[in-house]
Design a protein around this ligand. Structure first.
Ligand SMILES: [Zn+2]
Ligand SMILES: [Zn+2]
Length: 197
């Protein structure tokens, strides 16, 4: 089993203050959560930098992700180390991810920039049902959407500040490596969790 925060922004996102170096230190000293997906807005630079820094720490895992600003709203693709060609609509994001065996997550569907009910029209793998920066109602609606779409729900902090990191995370029945994590996500072997305190 692995515990992973599936939605983290570094300062490469522009609107985030999270430093890759501090993030890796926080993961290294954290008692429970040792893995993150870097999901910067429309760039993989933060992932590349963080993954390089994480190499010095045996039990810290950083997986590639990108939060794509599609025409209809935000979509996260996990497991792909390539930036798509912009501008994109959601259908094009889905094709891009499928051609590269990525996992597609609908983040914060009922917050600003979320896909909302539109998500129902797309072939995605999971819905983010616990986002630390969403309010309770927004997360409840996301949970309802996941049920209606018969998709697994996942959790991510959507951290843009250090104190938001790892506050919620996803437990996946998977080994400590990328392909096992992607497989676990596709099979829905997941639980959403919030850190206590
Ligand atoms: Zn977003
Ligand atoms: Zn985000």
């Amino acid at each position: 089993m692995i515990r992973i925060d599936l939605h983290v922004h570094t300062f490469y996102s522009g609107d985030s203050k999270v430093s890759p170096r501090l993030l890796v230190d926080i993961l290294n000293s954290h008692p429970l959560v040792k893995a993150v997906a870097i999901t910067d807005h429309d760039t993989l630079e933060g992932y590349k930098t963080t993954a390089k820094l994480a190499k010095s720490y045996e039990d810290v895992l950083v997986i590639p992700g990108i939060e794509i600003s599609a025409f209809e709203g935000h979509v996260i693709v996990l497991g792909v180390e390539e930036k798509p060609v912009y501008p994109m609509n959601v259908e094009e994001v889905v094709d891009f991810a499928r051609e590269r065996d990525g996992v597609i997550v609908v983040p914060h569907p009922y917050r600003v920039c979320g896909l909302g009910d539109l998500a129902k029209g797309f072939d995605v793998d999971a819905v983010e049902t616990l986002n630390y920066r969403c309010n309770r109602r927004e997360n409840e609606l996301a949970e309802k959407l996941a049920k209606e779409m018969n998709l697994p729900g996942v959790a991510g902090s959507d951290a843009h500040r250090h104190d938001e990191l790892l506050r919620v995370y996803t437990e996946i029945e998977a080994e400590h490596d990328l392909s096992s994590i992607l497989k676990g996500l596709r099979r829905g072997l997941v639980k959403v969790k919030a850190l206590k305190g």
